[in-house]
Design a protein around this ligand. Structure first.
Ligand code: URP
Ligand code: ZN
Length: 498
């Protein structure tokens, strides 16, 4: 049988969101052409022997901040540009990232996208797209620019309920949701109550309580839970789907679960740091705690991590994203801003001026594989859903991305077979991002990708820890609407959006 294949991955256990099957994968022109046991050898075709190991779809990390200024508006600089950020993605088994084109207040969404293309197109080494961050949902932006951008393949937006320069009030959120429903755009919401945070931050500051862990004191779980409840009420009023991003508090998980039980089209995301780390990280010696200042914060009760794993296993969480938001620790425009802008001269700094966010695009997939699948917390199929498939469906790139089936892009991660697995200690010096630390330093994993393949090409070799793709080789992905359940045509009153 002549299939003119370019690459055969032999003897893998191919995992999708629904199945697990021992077979070979035949690849032609960057696409999966055939899944079959014993594909006949093809002349001139390369082969990789997976040696009985799992082969999973390339990761889709649907929440990364690359070459984007930090949300607090402190003039912080992103540690990564598009080349270092996406090299890091490939080395950790992620072949697609969705980052954020930020609308400045008073400016246009289209300009934000045009500017972001300049930063990414010639530099990305993996496939990519953007969500819009909407800060000014006026009529022109929502009803002239947004539909134009949807036609160009940008089918999602993120909005904030906190951060002075980004937050929207409830009325503005309703404007966004009305447009989202009309143009079939997925809305992502950062849920924290801005007024409580501001009040608490000022009060803690007056009392001299500015150490890094008081970032957590200023935004306890009820801050996230209240905003989550409010966001879901607004989504229900509008009858439009919504994804709550980076959920950390069990109280918020419960609110989301209740909404899902009522069959509302509510989706949720969590991140590796909420499953693996806790608030004790912010109490480390000196200024070290600044490394783990992110929003929502790491939670103090170590048991909360188990609630996050429960939500990952039981389907409450739709996607597992990195929220890669890297600023260097030893950088006057990174975490050190919390030492420089430190009016009370607290020797441990000022949480208020520490940029929020952690790096994590490279460690996301290996952490979920090792801590989730290999430790028996989730099945390989659930891993694939969380790591790839659901993000591809929610953000309109399925089945091109997010699965392994004939016709889909040949984006694969080949893991190590049982007999060849060796413990892998996470060390920043081995990672490919440009950040000077990882919050997961010293965590020992049971496996790391042996190969990452993007559109049929080996782009990362785990043996040498080398990324083999060239800047500009990543493709911009034009996305369609979500294929997960959407509006139900049910409203809480006789009011209708149209
Ligand atoms: O702390 C975080 N998550 N930083 C990134 C910006 C955001 O809040 O989305
Ligand atoms: Zn956020």
């Amino acid at each position: 049988m002549l299939l003119n294949l370019d690459l055969i991955v032999r003897n893998g256990v191919v995992v999708t969101a629904s199945d697990q099957i021992s077979c070979d994968i035949g690849i032609k022109d960057g696409k999966v052409k055939i899944l079959a046991a014993g594909i006949p050898p093809q002349e001139g075709c390369k082969e990789i022997d997976a040696e009985g190991a799992f082969v999973t779809p390339g990761g889709v990390d649907s929440h990364v901040h690359i070459a984007q200024s930090a949300a607090k508006g402190l003039g912080a600089r992103s540690a990564d540009d598009w080349t270092s950020g996406t090299r890091s993605a490939l080395a950790g088994g992620t072949t697609t990232v969705i980052a954020f084109a930020v609308q400045a207040r008073g400016a246009s969404l289209t300009d934000a996208v045009t500017e972001y293309h300049k930063k990414s197109d010639k530099y990305s080494v993996c496939d990519y797209s953007y969500h819009l961050i909407v800060t000014d949902p006026n009529d022109v932006q929502m009803h002239t620019e947004l539909p134009k951008l949807v036609k160009e393949g940008i089918s999602s937006m993120k909005i904030y309920m906190t951060y002075a320069n980004l937050k929207l009030n409830d009325g503005e959120i309703l404007n966004v949701l009305m447009a989202a429903r009309k143009y079939r755009v997925t809305t992502m919401v950062h849920c924290e109550n801005a007024d409580i945070i501001d009040w608490m931050t000022n009060n803690l500051h007056e009392r001299g309580m500015t150490e890094p862990w008081h970032h957590g004191t200023s935004r306890p779980p009820i801050v996230e839970a209240e905003a989550t409840h409010r966001a879901l009420a607004l989504a229900e009023l509008m009858d439009t789907p919504m994804l709550i991003v980076h959920v950390s508090a069990p109280e918020a998980v419960n609110i989301i679960r209740r909404a899902q039980t009522r069959l509302l089209p509510i989706y949720a995301e969590t991140c590796p740091h909420y499953a693996i780390l806790d608030g004790s990280e912010m109490r480390k010696d000196g200024f070290e705690g600044a490394k783990c200042v992110c929003a929502p914060p790491l939670r103090d009760d170590p048991k909360d991590k188990e609630r996050i794993w429960e939500g990952l296993a039981n389907g409450t969480f739709t996607v597992f994203s990195s929220d890669h938001a890297p600023t260097c620790f030893d950088d006057d425009r990174g975490k050190k801003l919390g030492m420089i802008n430190n009016p009370t001269k607290n020797p441990r700094g000022n949480f208020r001026t520490i940029p929020n966010g952690l790096p994590g695009v490279e460690t996301r997939t290996p952490l979920l594989w090792s801590e989730g699948v290999l430790k028996g917390r989730i099945s390989p199929q659930r891993f694939v859903e969380l790591n790839s498939t659901n993000a591809a469906k929610l953000y309109g790139i399925y089945p091109q991305k997010g699965t392994i089936q004939p016709g889909s892009d040949a984006d694969l991660v080949i893991w190590r077979p049982d007999h060849k697995r060796v413990p892998h200690k996470i060390e920043n010096s081995k990672l490919h991002h440009a950040c000077d630390y990882t919050p997961f330093e010293g965590v020992v994993l049971e496996d790391w990708p042996r190969y990452t393949i993007l559109r049929g090409k080996v782009v990362y070799n785990g043996k040498t820890n080398e990324v083999l793709a060239q800047p500009g080789s990543g493709n911009f992905l034009q996305r369609g609407p979500s294929t997960l359940p959407g509006p139900r045509n049910q409203w809480p009153s006789e009011w209708r959006p149209e």
